[in-house]
Each structure stands twice: as structure tokens, then as C-alpha cells.
Write a protein that binds this ligand. Structure first.
Ligand SMILES: [Zn+2]
Length: 166
């Protein structure tokens, strides 16, 4: 990363790599920059971030609410004004919920079937409510936990910006 000192980087833009490994850095073919849209504040500890996430609170101040609806986000924090536009959890919350709920429900259904061999209507009566409980109940907290971790680790997609070569 010796070449980064010669570049005039704007605030919020961090140089991630100048050239591919094993290539000369004198005349790089591409220059990659990372634009971090999140404010450069003092971060809470990982435990504080996780607790704010589980409580569905703002990842920066821990006071403002994160959601306007069930899983619809507010545009910003009502307490500290943090813009929530950086939030991008994608399919992360759903994937974690599917894996955890699937293990619980399928494991329970297998144990009950092997031990008691109940009729199928009893399986439906048991597992449909359990599926709803294990997927819908933790969804808000799981999504806000991932948001809090995204904020804590300043995770954001890297972007290319146009720059005149020097
Ligand atoms: Zn806040």
C-alpha cells in the first residue's frame, strides 16, 4: 500500500487496493476505491451493538426506534438523526431464520415421528404453529441485529469512482 500516500483521497474514500497481487504497482490497470457512506463516529462496543440490535433500536444511539412497521424501516433515527439509507441486510435475516427454524422444526418432527408415530393431522397441528412462531417472532430482532452489526463493522459494498490518473 505504499502508493496510497501519493493519492489525494477525499474524506470518506478509502483506498482498498492499487493493483493485483504479483503485478507492478507503478502503472496499475485499475484503481479501486471504497466509499463508506456511514458517518465516522465513535463506535459502540460489539456487545452494545448486539444488544441495540436485538432490542430493535438505532445502532448509533440505542434510543431511537428502527422500525416503522413490522419490518419496515424508518427513514432515519428520531433521537440522533442517523440516516438509515446505508442499511442493506439483503436476504441475511431470512437465511439465518430459515436455517435455525428449519433445524428446530425438522428436528422436533423427526423426534416425535420416531418416538410416537402420531397421525399426520397431529403433525400439521403441531408444526404449522411452531413454524410460524420460529420464523415470525425472531425476524425483527434478527434483521435489526444484522443492521447493528453492519453499522458496527461499517460493512458496505465497495464502489468504483472515476478519477483522473496522476
Ligand atoms: Zn439514533
Amino acid at each position: 500500500m505504499s502508493g496510497s500516500a501519493a493519492l489525494d483521497l477525499s474524506p470518506g474514500i478509502e483506498l482498498t487496493s492499487l493493483c493485483y497481487k504479483g503485478r507492478s504497482c507503478d502503472r496499475p490497470f485499475f484503481i479501486f476505491y471504497e466509499v463508506n457512506p456511514m458517518p465516522n463516529d465513535a463506535l459502540p462496543t460489539l456487545t452494545e451493538s448486539a444488544l441495540r440490535g436485538i432490542a430493535c433500536r438505532c445502532p448509533r444511539c440505542g434510543k431511537g426506534k428502527l422500525y416503522a412497521g413490522f419490518i419496515d424501516l424508518r427513514p432515519n433515527c428520531e433521537a440522533c438523526g442517523l440516516d438509515y439509507a446505508f442499511i442493506d441486510t439483503g436476504d441475511g435475516p431470512a437465511i439465518f431464520i430459515i436455517m435455525i427454524a428449519g433445524a428446530i422444526v425438522v428436528g422436533s418432527a423427526l423426534v416425535v415421528e420416531i418416538k410416537y408415530q402420531p397421525p399426520f393431522w397431529l403433525h400439521a397441528a403441531l408444526w404449522l404453529p411452531l413454524i410460524l412462531a420460529t420464523t415470525l417472532l425472531p425476524l425483527r430482532s434478527m434483521k435489526s441485529l444484522l443492521i447493528a452489526l453492519q453499522y458496527h463493522h461499517k460493512a458496505a459494498p465497495g464502489r468504483l469512482i472515476d478519477r483522473e490518473p496522476k
